[in-house]
Design a protein around this ligand. Structure first.
Ligand SMILES: [Zn+2]
Ligand SMILES: [Zn+2]
Length: 924
């Protein structure tokens, strides 16, 4: 139980209002977007994997996009905010096995319950555009696109290492290999590595563009761009050949050709063809390769390796250097062979020490380098920096960069650029994915499934130890589309990252059945303006989606859209109350369902958005949840009390009652400072209303800017301050109805993106019969000189506090504020432009000379604090600003406040005033 009896009476009941508004939005089609809209704001969350239920990470992710989508909609934008299901993948197969059902039924059940949860959270999606990747209407286009890519030369068969269970005689997905011992998930047999041909997308054809274009993605976080750069891993270098007598020339790739004279050994990766060839006649090498193939990649030992007994000829020196097979030479980076220079490479150094190989220095620091050549001892540690060549024969004295260029010619090499990026293997040996639309015929080889036979639909799920499609005998055997002979379907399915590489395009025309999407509309609606999702997708999904978009542009399926996502936000994690990642084993998880039931969706949304900026992590906090809950109830109460008061006023007016009573007296706090009625100069109702009006405008402007910047917590803080001000306003005086109502309406609107149900309820209470979700965002223009005025008021209040504290005034009766005379403002203006000689400049001014000593003194004072020559309000505006804010001072200090102009105030007091710094006199 969380609502007190009193709250239930005054506040709202989330269990009643939330479903009601959800139905109302749905009936009013608030979140639908028509196909003929032009260039809408496209706001998208990474679609969820259909795991069964939403977790807090989802809730945070979708609250961010929903709040932003609602904000843009209220600003008058047409908004595309769709939702769908990433619904293929092995977990569904596992769940189906556990529950003795099939992946299809299990997945559909998950989708239904997750859709309900999203609705309960109040997320506003255009459900007409919903898609699920496991439906043939969607995945047929994966198959069709696969064929398009293939025709464009972007699909290849390449060898890849797979997990093979010798007992089940089947290929296993990585997820089906269990534990450190790498056992088959079904029969616990240790798996073996088997090289087999697989289907690949040649994403490496786009490596350079994928890399280059990152520079212009300035709406993306830098860390994600950096992760993609590293993943693509461009290296500019050169290749040269070393001859291994008896085995021919072996190509190496290096970025440090300048060090070639220091090569003291040569290394081959275990998978290198020459290593394999040597192994045929060398048992030690054969054994080493066998062990290396079964070693765990995670605990790679850089010193592990075996001498082959062979030697390679260094083309620079003609010397022979020993050849090793070593695990640290990765087969899939560069050429799988390298010459090793222990003096200038850390890994080579470690290996050389372990195998007692010579270390020869060939580079030393240049004269202007930080390091002193005398301090460098390469026997001790590698010196990996560029420098000047030594021990390099006729090339001594060359700088590294120059040498690298020169040596390419000298040693018959060539300039080469290498990437770490590999082609994208999309074959998966599992059931719950898109069947690859290929048929294998003994005579014709691989033949595409003709378009008219698409989609290749999945057969019924087969419970089997291996790949279910391989066991689907009836499905598997078909006639060859080319020659009609008996042929067999490809039984692998596609990596589910294929599904998510273009789903954002499908949302633009989800029902389309003659193409994956409508080219014209996708070209207009793309790219996604705001994409929000987890950092775990920094590389694969986000890189594949970029690759697909570029290919589709090249295939003229989208027009001029080369990047899918203009702005990207990676939301931070929601941690458990204990500050740890939420997990079952720690028991620190918080279920969204429970929070919705207990506090309502609005509370969860508000708490999450107030807790931190989207990209920061934060810990769940019951106090924070409680605070969000009370705040919503409080604002609602403020609104409904006002609405009740208005209603009764309207009633009494129509009854010709003589003195309309306001309800404000009922709840003004006991510490009301205004006991003696009118005060001459301060607290005028019109002044207070003006003050509040300016704060309303400033809050709207501020919150708008913060929403635009995705700093929702700052926007919400501003709303909380506005609500608190409205409460104080009501306590201080009988509020001006127009101003007060405008304040409440503004607060409700600014809350609407984050706490949409409560905001609708407030909006209705205020007498509107339209929806706040479709209402106009408050005009966002901060009042003129707002910041200057705010600084003036804050400084003045701070000064009063200082005086009260320092002098020890217990009960101030009157605070007099005297505004500085016009001429001091003039001194300030001159001082600002004086360029050093403040006093001289000021005393040249005839008018100011009339002020005599005082002007000179003030000029000196200003000259002494050059940093605080900020522009200030002119005297009459300064006075007006202080009068507007006087009520706040009265409330804070329980004193009357008198604001005086320079003519009416005591000359001694005025003498102490400066522009932006009124003189203060406090009487007890
Ligand atoms: Zn097995
Ligand atoms: Zn054939």
């Amino acid at each position: 139980m969380t609502t007190t009896g009193e709250e239930r009476e005054r506040g709202f009941d989330h269990t009643e209002i939330e479903p009601r508004w959800q139905r109302t939005w749905d009936e009013a089609d608030v979140f639908r977007i028509a196909d003929d809209e032009t260039d809408p704001e496209y706001v998208l969350a990474m679609f969820p994997y259909t795991s069964g239920s939403l977790h807090m990470g989802h809730v945070r992710n979708y609250t961010i996009t929903d709040a932003y989508a609602r904000f843009e909609r209220m600003r008058g934008e047409s908004v595309l905010h769709p939702m769908g299901w990433d619904s293929f993948g092995l977990p569904a197969e596992n769940a189906a096995e556990e529950r003795d059902t099939n992946p299809q039924d299990w997945t559909m059940q998950c989708i239904d319950s997750m859709r309900d949860q999203l609705t309960e959270m109040g997320f506003g999606y255009d459900w007409d555009r919903e898609l699920a990747t496991c439906e043939p209407e969607y995945y047929q286009w994966n198959q069709w696109l696969f064929k398009q890519f293939r025709e464009a030369g972007l699909v290849e068969r390449q060898a890849a290492e797979l997990n093979w269970c010798p007992s089940c005689e089947t290929v296993l997905a990585d997820e089906q290999v269990e534990g450190e011992a790498e056992l088959c998930w079904r029969c616990d047999t240790p798996i073996e590595a088997r090289e087999m041909d697989q289907w690949f997308f040649t994403i490496t054809d786009y490596a350079e563009e994928l890399l280059e274009a990152l520079d212009d993605l300035d709406g993306w976080p830098n860390n994600v761009r950096e992760m993609q750069r590293n993943w693509i891993g461009k290296q500019e270098g050169a290749s040269v050949a070393f001859e291994i007598p008896g085995y021919g020339d072996v190509d190496i790739f290096t970025t440090r050709l300048d060090t070639i004279h220091g090569a003291t050994f040569f290394s081959l990766a275990p998978g290198h063809p020459v290593a394999q060839e040597i192994a045929e006649d060398n048992d030690d090498v054969a054994e080493y390769i066998h062990e290396a193939e079964h070693a765990d990649e995670d605990d790679l030992d850089v010193t592990s390796g075996v001498f082959t007994g062979e030697y390679a000829v260094n083309p620079a020196t003609g010397e022979e250097i020993p050849v090793y097979v070593a695990d640290y030479v990765l087969t899939d980076v560069g050429t799988g062979a390298l010459y090793a220079v222990p003096a200038h490479d850390e890994r080579d150094h470690e290996f050389a020490e372990a195998h007692d190989i010579d270390i020869v220095q060939v580079v030393e620091p240049t004269d202007d380098a930080d390091a002193d050549p005398e301090d460098i001892d390469v026997q001790d540690a590698a010196y990996p920096e560029d420098g000047v060549l030594v021990n390099s024969g006729e090339f001594d004295g060359l700088e590294s960069a120059e040498a690298r260029d020169r040596f390419v010619e000298e040693f018959d090499g060539e300039h080469r650029t290498e990437y770490n990026l590999r082609d994208w293997g999309i074959s998966r040996q599992r059931y719950w994915g898109t069947p690859i639309p290929m048929i294998h015929c003994e005579d014709c080889g691989y033949v595409e499934v003709p378009d008219e036979d698409l989609p290749v639909e999945l057969p019924e799920f087969v419970h089997t130890t291996g790949n279910p499609l391989d066991a689907a005998e009836e499905w598997k055997h078909v006639d060859c589309p080319d020659c009609g002979a008996d042929a067999v379907r490809e039984t692998d399915t596609m990596d589910t990252f294929v599904d998510s590489s273009w789903y954002f395009l499908r949302y633009t025309s989800p029902g389309m059945d003659e193409a994956p999407f409508d080219t014209e509309r996708a070209s207009d609606w793309m790219p996604v303006d705001q994409y929000v999702g987890g950092i775990e997708h920094a590389v694969m999904h986000l890189l594949y989606a970029r690759f697909f978009t570029k290919v589709l542009d090249d295939l003229e399926m989208v027009d001029g859209v080369r990047e899918p996502f203009t702005n990207l936000t990676n939301q931070g994690m929601v941690l458990g109350e204990d500050g740890n990642k939420m997990s079952k084993s720690l028991g620190n998880g918080v279920s969204p369902q429970r929070i919705i039931e207990e506090y309502g969706a609005d509370t969860a949304r508000l708490f999450i958005m107030e807790a931190a900026q989207p990209e920061k992590e934060f810990a769940w906090s019951p106090e924070g949840v409680q605070s969000a809950h009370s705040f919503l109830q409080n604002v609602y109460t403020l609104v409904s009390e006002y609405a009740d008061g208005e209603a009764s006023e309207a009633r009494s007016a129509s009854d010709n009652a003589s003195s309309p009573e306001r309800s404000s007296a009922d709840h003004s706090s006991g510490q009301s400072p205004r006991e003696d009625g009118e005060t001459a100069n301060a607290g005028d109702a019109g002044d207070i209303a003006d003050y509040v009006a300016r704060e309303i405008d400033a809050t709207a402007a501020n919150a708008t800017a913060e929403f635009e910047d995705f700093r929702f917590n700052h926007a919400l803080q501003a709303v909380r301050e506005l609500v608190s001000l409205l409460r104080r306003y009501q306590d201080a005086t009988d509020p001006d109805a127009d101003t007060f109502e405008r304040g409440l309406a503004t607060a409700a609107k600014l809350l609407a993106p984050v706490a949409p149900h409560a905001a609708e309820e407030m909006w209705a209470e205020l007498g509107h019969d339209d929806l706040i979700a479709a209402a106009e965002w408050p005009a966002a223009q901060a009042p003129a000189d707002y910041e200057t005025e705010r600084r003036l008021v804050e400084n003045t209040r701070e000064d009063i506090r200082d005086i009260v504290d320092t002098v020890g005034i217990d009960d101030p009766a009157t605070v007099t504020l005297a505004v500085a005379p016009e001429w001091k403002h003039r001194v300030l203006d001159l001082a600002r432009d004086a360029d050093g000689n403040v006093v001289g400049t000021v005393m040249q001014d005839e008018e100011l000379r009339e002020q005599g000593e005082a002007a000179a003194d003030f000029a000196k004072e200003l000259a002494g604090r050059a940093q605080s020559l900020d522009e200030q309000l002119p005297p009459e505006r300064e006075r007006a600003a202080l009068e507007r804010a006087a009520w706040l001072i009265e409330r804070e200090f329980g004193a009357d406040v008198v604001v005086q102009g320079p003519e009416e105030a005591d000359p001694d007091l005025v003498g102490k005033a400066g522009p932006g710094r009124p003189a203060i006199d406090i009487e007890e």
